[in-house]
Design a protein around this ligand. Structure first.
Ligand SMILES: [Zn+2]
Length: 154
C-alpha cells in the first residue's frame, strides 16, 4: 500500500509566520498586510486542524516583518493569532497579538452624525464588547460595529 506523501513546505529564511488565525480569515490577514505583492513569497494554509481551536489558518511570509499597527489590525479579526519572527531560519521572537480593550484611531465610526465624523478634531475610540468575533462600541455615540464592518475598513 502506498503511503501518502506529505507536501513539504520549505522553511522560511527570514520572515514572519502568523499562526492560530481564526479559520478562513487568512485572506483578510493578507489584505491587512497589502499582500500578495511582488516582494514577498506567501504560503497559506486554511482550515487546518488545531488542538486549541478546532481549525485554524496559518500564513507564512518570506522577507517581511510586521509593523505594530498591522499587528493591532490583525488582532481585530484574529484575536488568538501568534506572530513568529524568523531570522536566518531561527525563530527569534514568538508573540501573541494583543487585542486591547480600546481601539483608538484605527477605525472610523459608521454613524455619520458621530462627533468623530464632524470637523471636530476628535480621534475615534471604540471599546471591545465581544471577542469572538470581535464587536466594538463607539465611545462617543455608542454605535455598535460588527465584524463585517470592522473587516471592510482594515
Ligand atoms: Zn461614533
Amino acid at each position: 500500500m502506498k503511503t501518502p506523501r506529505e507536501l513539504k513546505v520549505k522553511p522560511i529564511r527570514n520572515g514572519t509566520v502568523i499562526d492560530h488565525i481564526r479559520a478562513n480569515k487568512a485572506l483578510s490577514v493578507l489584505k491587512i498586510l497589502g499582500l500578495p505583492s511582488k516582494e514577498s513569497a506567501v504560503t497559506i494554509a486554511m482550515n487546518v486542524k488545531s488542538s486549541q481551536m478546532g481549525s485554524k489558518d496559518i500564513v507564512k511570509i518570506e522577507g517581511r516583518e510586521l509593523a505594530p499597527k498591522e499587528v493591532d489590525k490583525i488582532a481585530l479579526i484574529a484575536p488568538k493569532a501568534t506572530i513568529n519572527i524568523i531570522r536566518d531560519y531561527e525563530l527569534v521572537e514568538k508573540g501573541k497579538v494583543n487585542l486591547l480593550d480600546e481601539i483608538n484611531n484605527i477605525l472610523k465610526c459608521q454613524n455619520p452624525n458621530c462627533i468623530t465624523n464632524t470637523e471636530e478634531p476628535v480621534i475615534t475610540r471604540f471599546y471591545i464588547i465581544g471577542k469572538g468575533p470581535v464587536s466594538l462600541r463607539c465611545y462617543y455615540c455608542e454605535r455598535i460595529m460588527g465584524e463585517n464592518e470592522i473587516e471592510s475598513q482594515l
